[in-house]
Design a protein around this ligand. Structure first.
Ligand code: FES
Length: 179
């Protein structure tokens, strides 16, 4: 009888042990599975065409600051949903829309029309007017948004930071898409 009780206690303890292991295993496995499967969700799901305003806000030959609201804004985002970018009107329907973030570590770059250079205040990164790297620690030029012109307004494909991966995925690079 005593031996039977002992077996029962051991069975209960083993069951508790298995249950505990299952809970810990699930707590570890669920985030890992989510991470592994996350690339399946299309990156373009976080991109949306939005307007930066009428073309006449961006005079030909000039670079102007524009601000848009992240199309995937959350209520808690507040002011951080407002995203600045630099718009360079090259000529005619040709534009360049640069992400404001330095390609080094992401500080906001400023445009200096006198010297026709973008400069980064953090570590001295410098870019030419066309966004190409001029000097400093950045290893490449400024990232650009894809754009198109719709009914006299400049639209960009926004929602997440433009990166090399996005541009390769979309297969558009810096080319304009006129819509
Ligand atoms: Fe711009 Fe480092 S973040 S140079």
């Amino acid at each position: 009888m005593s031996e039977k009780k002992q077996v029962t206690r051991r069975t209960v303890l083993m069951a508790i042990g298995f249950a505990f292991n299952a809970v810990v295993g699930a707590a570890i496995a669920i985030p890992v599975i989510g991470y592994v499967l996350s690339p399946i969700k299309k990156k373009s799901a976080y991109l949306k065409w939005i307007s930066l305003g009428a073309l006449d806000q961006f005079p030909e030959g000039q670079t102007r600051l524009a601000t848009f609201v992240n199309p995937f804004e959350q209520p808690q985002d507040g002011e951080t949903a407002k995203t600045p970018c630099w718009v360079r009107h090259v000529s005619g329907d040709t534009f360049q829309v640069f992400a404001i973030n330095c390609a080094h570590l992401g500080c906001p770059v400023r445009w200096f029309p006198q010297s026709e250079l973008f400069m980064c205040p953090c570590h001295g990164g410098v870019y030419y007017a066309d966004g190409e790297r001029a000097s400093g620690p950045p290893e490449r030029g400024l990232f650009t948004y894809n754009y198109k012109i719709v009914k006299g307004e400049l639209h960009i494909n926004a929602g997440q930071m433009p990166t090399l991966a996005d541009q390769a995925m979309l297969g558009k690079g810096k080319s304009p898409c006129l819509g």
